[in-house]
Each structure stands twice: as C-alpha cells, then as structure tokens.
Design a protein around this ligand. Structure first.
Ligand SMILES: NC(=O)c1ccc[n+]([C@@H]2O[C@H](COP(=O)([O-])OP(=O)(O)OC[C@H]3O[C@@H](n4cnc5c(N)ncnc54)[C@H](OP(=O)(O)O)[C@@H]3O)[C@@H](O)[C@H]2O)c1
Length: 335
C-alpha cells in the first residue's frame, strides 16, 4: 500500500463554471481501518452533474460540500484490510467514498457488489444511481404505460440512455434529444430509439412536432431550459413531465430559467413532478433485478465512458459532462 492518500478537496465555491483553482489537490498519510471499519483502495469514481449543485452553499436535498472537505463522489473501492465483520479484503464495495485514492469506512451506506456479474463501473451506471434514477423517474414519477410516446432529453447520457431503453422495452415510441450527429446516430442505430433530435442543429419544437405528431405522453427531462420549454408545447392530454434534472442551468450565474410554456400543463391537464432518486432506496434491489434482466435479454445496452487516470484528473473529467463530451455513464478509473 502506498504511504499517501491523494485527495481532491473543495478549495472555493465556484461562480458559474468550476475553475481549476476551486479545487485543492493534497496528499495525507493512508489510515489504518481500526475496530468496526475497513480500508480500501478506490478503483472507479463516478462523475455526476449533481456534483455542481453540491458545491453551492444553498439549501438542497444534501448539504453542500464544505470548503476544505474531500469532494463527495460515489465510487467503487476494493477492500484492502478490514476489522468489519461484513467486509473482507478483496471485496468490491460501492458507496459515497469521495474523490480520494484510499478510503476508510464504517460500512454505513456501503454495499458489496459482485464483479463477476458486471464490471465495477456498471454499479455506478446502469446498475447504480443513474439506472435507479431512470427506472423510478420513468415508471413511478412518469407512470409510464405501455405503448405511449416518450421523449427523453440528455438521451445519450447515463440516465437518459437507460430511461429511453426502458421505455423501448415497454413498447413505447421513444424520441431522444441529444447534442450532435454522433450521439443521435447512437440513439437510433445502437440503442433502438425510434428517432433522435439534435438540439444543436435543429429547432427542437419543430422536430418534436415531426417526431411526436400525436403529442408527448411522458417527457423525461434531464436538461431544463429551452428544451423543456419546447417539450411543453407538445404535450398530449394527461401528459407527465418528469423533472429529473436541469443540467443546462447548473452553471448559471443568473437565476434559473423557468419554463414560460407552463400553461400547457393546464390546457393538457398534465402534471410536472420532480423527484430525488434516494427516496426510492428501499426498492433499489427490485430495480436492479429488472435492469439486469433487460441487459441480459439485450433490451438494454450499457454505454460507459471510461477515462483512465488519477484523482488529479477529476476536475477536468467533471467538466466533460458540461461540455457534452461523454457518451453514456462517465467514470474515472484509477490506474
Ligand atoms: N433527480 C435525481 O435523483 C437525479 C439523479 C441522477 C441524475 N439526475 C440528473 O439527471 C441528469 C442527467 O445526469 P447524468 O448523470 O445522466 O449525466 P449525463 O447525461 O451522462 O451527462 C450530462 C449530459 O448533459 C448534456 N448537457 C450538458 N450541458 C447541456 C446543456 N447546456 N443543454 C443540454 N444538454 C446539456 C450533455 O449531453 P449533450 O451532448 O447531449 O448535450 C452531457 O453529456 C442531470 O440533470 C442530473 O442532475 C437526477
């Protein structure tokens, strides 16, 4: 075991896009586990748009990361030493262990994973938080019915790619919205979406009129802003708008841009509802079983974007999400 633990800490609260000097890179001695705890080495770190929100000092569903604290992150670690009865050396464990090379944990919120069934990265993606988000957002909040018309924004990303494929597995017509021709081809040619809209190249409102001529029953929104506004103009009667996220707004220095077309909710007797995936934790096992079965049956294809490097690459890797440089679930795999 190396003598030092390299870590990424929050140095300053960003305004707008996160800058390199908002982070502090440091090294501290590696800790021993101690009674009731285990120690492990980080293998894969999850990059999530929500991380941007955790840097702001404002009320949210989790407290902000404190200045001088290790950056919060989901990760998979491999246990190296243990004085905890439930975790043994060699186990792979998923949890919120932060952006650091070595971890000591009392096991709270940690879960052993079976890497013979899927690689560690998949437990941060399709079988992890993004997969759970797609599943409960679409099926519970979106109350999806077989055969409906579903539109997903951020469709080539971690959550969107799974949400769209679940909707396909349920016999829906699925339209994905994503940035660029490569992502749009991926959606249709590889992931089985019925159509894709490149929001960078075409007018989204017009494209949705073409691709969802009878209206949208479920709009699964990952991006907010103008794309949300465009989708609101195409709602079918009793549509459900799932507010999963609004990445287009996360770096705003001005107030979040709300939807000006919200009165279509009234006209269409529609509903718009937000959710936080953690509220469904009791049901994760069922969702993971269903998603695994869809993967095994070839109904869901898993796309992961693996950056290989060190924890020092975390800031630059996180920025990729906001530039749309990832296809599928973005993770940083430590060498
Ligand atoms: N509610 C919950 O509990 C929950 C849980 C997990 C995630 N989320 C939310 O789900 C959304 C997707 O997360 P993810 O992990 O799956 O990320 P992701 O989609 O894998 O990555 C982010 C993607 O967002 C798109 N994007 C970036 N800036 C954009 C902009 N200005 N306008 C439109 N699209 C933009 C980019 O794709 P393009 O190239 O297509 O632009 C980028 O690849 C996020 O909003 C996240 O906060 C919510």
């Amino acid at each position: 075991m190396s003598a030092t633990n390299r870590r990424i800490l929050l140095a300053a609260r960003p305004s707008g896009e996160v800058r390199p000097d908002d982070w502090q890179h440091d090294s501290v001695p590696v800790e021993e586990p101690g009674p009731g705890r285990f120690a492990g080495r980080t293998r894969v770190i999850s990059l999530d748009p929500a991380m941007r929100g955790w840097l702001d000092d404002r009320p949210s569903y989790l407290p902000p990361v404190g200045i001088g604290e290790v950056m919060r992150a989901g990760s998979v670690i491999e246990v190296t030493a243990s004085e905890h009865p439930d975790f043994q050396p060699g186990d792979h464990v998923v949890g919120t262990f932060g952006v650091q090379e070595y971890v000591v944990s009392d096991g709270k919120g940690a879960m052993k994973i079976d890497t013979s069934l899927a690689p560690p990265s998949t437990y941060l993606g399709a079988l992890g938080m993004p997969g759970m988000t797609a599943y409960f957002g679409l099926l519970d909040v979106g109350a999806l019915k077989d055969g409906e018309t579903v539109v997903v924004s951020g469709a080539a990303g971690a959550v969107g790619s799974i949400a769209g494929q679940i909707a396909k597995a349920r016999g829906c017509r699925v339209v994905g919205i994503a940035g660029g021709p490569e992502k749009c081809s991926l959606l249709v040619d590889e992931l089985g979406f019925d159509a894709a809209v490149d929001y960078r190249a075409e007018d989204v409102r017009k494209a949705l009129r073409r691709e969802a001529p009878d209206g949208i029953d479920v709009y699964f929104d990952n991006v907010g802003g103008d794309i949300l506004d465009a989708a609101l103009t195409r709602l079918a009667m009793h549509a459900r708008v799932v507010v999963c996220g609004a990445i287009s707004q996360y770096n705003n220095v001005t107030p979040v841009k709300g939807p000006s077309n919200y009165l279509s909710l009234l006209v269409r007797r529609a509903r718009m509802e937000g959710f936080v995936v953690f509220d469904y934790a009791q049901r994760y096992a069922q969702a993971a079983r269903d998603i695994s079965a869809w993967i095994e049956a070839g109904r869901i294809k898993v796309r992961e974007h693996v950056v290989r490097g060190s924890v020092d690459d975390f800031p630059e890797t996180l920025a990729m999400l906001f530039r749309g440089e990832n296809v599928g679930k973005l993770v940083l795999e430590l060498a």
